[in-house]
Design a protein around this ligand. Structure first.
Ligand SMILES: C[S@@+](CC[C@H](N)C(=O)[O-])C[C@H]1O[C@@H](n2cnc3c(N)ncnc32)[C@H](O)[C@@H]1O
Length: 278
């Protein structure tokens, strides 16, 4: 009998082969975009000295290191991710920052056994939207939390609300001459009713979901174009090879409207989600 397919196999392949090279190469630019959003989720988690935390979908580990600083030498942070290349970069960052209280493991947060009631808090910066079975994943994470343990994450609202995606996407598809494809798993927690239902079915209580609207960015036009070329928008555009370069040129032209003396800024519409294990 054939083995059952590994959960999240497609996401594991994507984040290892496609996502990792882009996120590793564009770390500095992406940090400029997402760090201020992650900070709001960190404020919501309110890490305390001495606590044990998990950073789910930690990627190259930038937020994980911030959490490690917040819990101090008596505390510790475990960064978990399915992307081996991004974890290798995260380990290098931790060594360079001389933070021995942080550890990174290759682990699918949906299935990995983190141990029962070991952790005070679970954090994620855009790392929880990709689970094949979100209820199973959050139930699994919940088991790792001590009673009354906290969860806080930041995720995107609907694609239409996120300028960082709609502005380049609409510019590109105006040129390509078709409608953009339906939103990807990146937006799977865009609807608060769905998020609430997933978390309560997974056993969480005290669920709160607050909007976060912020203009982020600050890179120059070349840097922001590089983000769009290498990221999700670029992958969609390259499916139309004969029109791809014209579409990228139209994105660049459109972005000029968002240029300021401090760089290009676009709106990021997010949810800050918090909950507790009962
Ligand atoms: C959008 S990136 C965010 C990375 C990082 N949190 C940051 O903000 O820089 C999403 C991350 O989630 C990870 N991821 C996706 N599915 C996962 C899963 N089932 N378990 C653990 N990590 C996962 C990906 O490998 C990727 O590193």
């Amino acid at each position: 009998m054939a083995d059952a397919p590994k959960p999240n196999a497609e996401e594991i392949a994507y984040w290892t082969e496609v996502g990792a090279p882009a996120w590793i190469r564009l770390q500095a630019a992406l940090e400029r975009e997402v760090a201020p959003l992650g900070e709001r989720a960190m404020d919501a988690l309110a890490p305390q000295p001495g606590e044990r935390l998990i950073d789910v979908g930690c990627g190259c580990g930038h937020a994980t290191l911030e959490l490690a600083r917040a819990v101090g030498p008596q505390g510790s942070v475990l960064g978990a991710d399915i992307s081996a290349p991004m974890l290798a970069v995260a380990r290098d960052h931790a060594a360079a920052a001389n933070l021995p209280n942080v550890r990174f493991i290759e682990a699918d947060a949906q299935t990995f056994d983190f141990g029962g009631e070991q952790f005070d808090g679970i954090f994620s910066r855009f790392g929880v939207m990709f689970f094949e079975d979100a209820i199973a994943a959050f139930a699994n994470l919940g088991r790792a939390l001590k009673p009354r343990g906290r969860l806080a994450f930041v995720c995107w609202r609907t694609r239409d609300e996120v300028e960082w995606v709609t502005v380049p996407l609409q510019a590109a598809f105006r040129t390509i001459g078709t409608q953009p494809p339906t939103p990807s798993s990146t937006f799977s927690f865009a609807e608060p009713d769905h998020t609430r239902s997933v978390l309560s079915h997974a056993g969480f209580s005290d669920i709160a979901i607050s909007p976060l609207d912020m203009r982020t960015g600050g890179g120059d036009l070349d840097e922001v174009m590089e983000i769009f070329r290498m990221g999700g928008v670029g992958s969609l555009v390259r499916k139309h090879p004969d029109k791809a370069e014209a579409a990228f040129a139209e994105i660049r032209k459109t972005l000029k409207d968002y240029e300021t003396p401090d760089g290009v800024f676009l709106g990021a519409a997010c949810w800050i989600v918090t909950a507790r294990r009962p």
